[in-house]
Design a protein around this ligand. Structure first.
Ligand code: S3P
Length: 437
């Protein structure tokens, strides 16, 4: 899906990555810090907030619902919480830009409000499937509509009584799980959500940090409606999804040695480390500690000879956002890499299986996309031109491919890199890549 402008990255062939770097704050945790801080009683201070467009969309939406949020830049945010029932009806629709996380989580929250809200998004978000949240929310009693195709805008009537739900997710999705838990706070009774495979658990951790009891029993998370959130300060760790581009870049480019500082290594997010290690990557963790209920560590990555693997399916949800970069690593490995069980990649910011396959083929790599994955043959990247289709993670993944290419790589449609990694070019160039735009 193309965005309105067309920022082009031109990445020079060759080079390696070196030095210490701190990638921006975790996107999932930054979104939730605004949401839970807004609904809490008291003042929440956030440090390390991701200054990316997606999280700023969430901030704008809560301001539009009457929450006072001070934002002094450089990751510092102060939220004057209004309590679970203190949001006000916004003047117009809430435009959530490119952010699926904002829309799906806010669908659950807004279903519990006393006023109507319409959630809209950009061209990409407007094609993404929303019935996965609207169907169970309707079962809870919400009145919520999509287009005929099940896509945004989401029109939520509000002022309806919600009942608790016991629900098994049809797909491994933290967004759907979170949506229903958030709606569950406004419902009568105990809401229990069971997931088919572990997905990121930031919602459960952070709700507990804000004093809302969540009971976890294996694959099931339960909470009682009618509780309250109490303000809690948040230090957001660096985003492992953003660190991934550098982990892959350093692994594939001979002579690399980088230290990524203070990265979140929540076990529901660290699939990329497991997958790269299975491929033979040289990754070591140090300085492991827990900050605000989330494990963090410094991650050192040196270049290594990677091997192709069959990616274990149980690692797929734990690395769901990291596959575009992992595909770049796979093309540089010795031997074939096969991914299965990853059909969710087809409904991300772009169809990540097809868009990556097209780009890899354009750079001379032999790949075979399948309905739920891809087979990638080892090869050498030629220079050339690829299209990110407005997908931030596709753009940054192909930027790393240049480290092992025989010619420069031009990447089209890179505006949305700003949704998750606004200073990507600066950090990448600082550590050894040569990107101009
Ligand atoms: C997210 C969950 C994931 C992920 C997205 C952020 C979250 O989506 O892809 O970037 O913050 O809950 P799904 O839960 O739909 O897989």
């Amino acid at each position: 899906m193309s965005s309105s402008n067309n920022t082009i990255f031109i990445t020079q062939a060759g080079g390696c990555l070196n030095g210490k770097l701190r990638v921006p704050g975790d996107k999932s945790i930054s979104h939730r810090s605004i949401m839970f801080g807004s609904l809490a009683e008291g003042v929440t201070d956030v440090n390390g907030f991701l200054e990316g467009e997606d999280c700023l969309s969430t901030m704008k939406a809560f301001r539009a619902m009457g929450v006072e949020i001070e934002h002094s830049g450089e990751g510092r945010v102060r939220i004057h919480g209004v309590g679970l029932h203190g949001l006000k009806q916004p003047d117009g629709d809430l435009d959530l830009g490119n952010s699926g996380t904002s829309m799906r989580l806010m669908a659950g929250l807004c279903a519990g409000q006393s006023f109507p809200v319409t959630l809209t998004g950009d061209a990409s978000l407007s094609t993404r499937p929303m019935r996965r949240v609207t169907d169970p929310l309707k079962e809870m009693g919400a009145v919520i509509g999509t287009t005929e195709k099940g896509t945004p805008p989401l029109k939520i009537s509000g002022d309806t009584k919600l009942n608790a739900i016991t629900y098994t997710l049809p797909m491994a999705s933290a967004q759907v799980k979170s949506c229903l838990l958030l709606a569950g706070m406004y419902a009568e009774g105990k809401t229990c959500i069971t997931e088919p495979a572990p997905t990121r658990d930031h919602t459960e951790r952070m709700l507990q940090g804000f004093g809302y009891q969540v009971d976890r029993n294996g694959p099931t998370a339960c909470l009682e409606g009618g509780g309250k959130l109490t303000a809690a300060n948040i230090d957001v760790p660096a985003d492992i999804s953003s660190a991934t581009f550098f982990m892959v870049g350093a692994s594939i480019a001979e002579g690399s040695d980088i230290l990524l500082e203070n990265v979140g290594i929540n076990p529901t997010r660290d699939g990329v480390i497991s997958i790269l290690k299975l491929m033979g990557a040289d990754i070591t963790l140090s300085n492991e500690k827990e900050i605000c209920g989330e494990p963090v560590a410094d991650i050192r990555v040196k270049s290594a000879n990677l091997q192709g693997i069959d990616i274990p399916e149980d690692l797929v949800p734990l690395a769901i956002d990291e596959f575009p970069a992992i595909f770049i690593a796979a093309a540089c490995a010795e031997g074939v890499t096969r991914l299965t069980g990853a059909e969710e990649l087809r409904v991300k910011e772009s169809d990540r299986i097809q868009v990556m396959a097209d780009g890899l083929i354009a750079l001379g790599i032999k790949v075979e996309p399948t309905p739920d994955g891809i087979v990638i043959q080892p090869g050498t990247f030629s220079g050339g031109e690829v299209h990110s289709h407005g997908d931030h993670r596709i753009a940054m993944s192909f930027a790393m491919a240049a480290l092992r290419a025989t010619g420069d790589i031009t990447i089209n449609d890179c505006d949305n890199v700003a949704t998750s990694f606004p200073n990507f070019i600066e950090l990448a160039n600082h550590s050894g890549l040569k990107i101009s735009n």
